[in-house]
Design a protein around this ligand. Structure first.
Ligand code: HEC
Ligand code: HEC
Length: 172
């Protein structure tokens, strides 16, 4: 997903959203009123409707906990170099625009469109179990899309294992 025409499309979509509602702030107010943190944004709306995505910032006020039964979930897939390689490839397509290549929350889409994103290399995230992270990736909350609707279970475990590599990188 690179190239000038792609950027134009996103820019144009944002511009149309502003035109259609008579200004970015009005669009943001409408979007903010409709936000329900328990119903996460759709994967494709997340980056393609900046005004809507921004409104999900309020979801971050309350700490996100996975349910107790998610904690004990174990990956059926052993961690191999191949699994991490697949995880990285998927991460680069769907995640690093928001969370950044290092998982520090400084993705280029997030910075450009002020997406309210979090650092997933942080100790508070890395201290969680694989089950917690897999559940969160699958179910989403607020501006974090529910990837379970789009990506198969195996891919979500690959992502979970790949997200773990940020822990090692962050402590170096
Ligand atoms: C992490 C943010 C992000 C997510 C999530 C995302 N996109 Fe994108 N998308 C972008 C960006 C940024 C571009 C523009 C790329 C560029 O200019 O280099 C883009 C470009 C595109 C384009 C190309 C537009 C063109 O001009 O050809 C299509 C189509 C597209 N996205 C569809 C989708 C669909 C479908 C989904 C859901 C599966 C999705 N996107 C999810 C950020 C995202
Ligand atoms: C549109 C931006 C966006 C995209 C794209 C995105 N995320 Fe997130 N992610 C978020 C936000 C925002 C949160 C915090 C949600 C909350 O706490 O309400 C989050 C939270 C998380 C968490 C849990 C962090 C915690 O606090 O425990 C994990 C793990 C995660 N994301 C992984 C991923 C993975 C893997 C992908 C790609 C499949 C992805 N994210 C794509 C925005 C995004």
């Amino acid at each position: 997903m690179t190239g000038r025409s792609l950027r134009w499309t996103v820019g144009l979509a944002a511009a149309l959203l502003c035109l259609g509602t008579g200004g970015a702030s009005l669009a943001e107010e409408d979007a903010a009123a409709e936000v329900d943190c328990a119903k996460p944004i759709l994967p494709c709306t997340a980056c393609h409707s900046a005004a809507v995505t921004k409104a999900y910032a309020k979801c971050l006020i309350k700490r996100w906990e996975a349910p107790a039964e998610a904690r004990a979930l174990k990956s059926p897939f052993p961690v191999t170099p191949k699994v991490l390689q697949f995880g990285k490839a998927t991460y680069e397509i769907y995640c690093d625009g928001c969370h950044g290549p290092l998982g520090d929350g400084k993705g280029h889409v997030a910075i450009k469109w002020e997406v309210p994103v979090v650092a997933i290399n942080a100790p508070i995230v890395q201290a969680q179990t694989d089950g917690d992270l897999f559940w969160k990736i699958s179910n989403g909350r607020g501006a974090m899309p529910a990837w379970g609707a789009l990506l198969p279970e195996e891919t979500r475990w690959q992502l979970t294992h790949y997200v773990r590599t940020f822990k090692a990188a962050a402590s170096q």
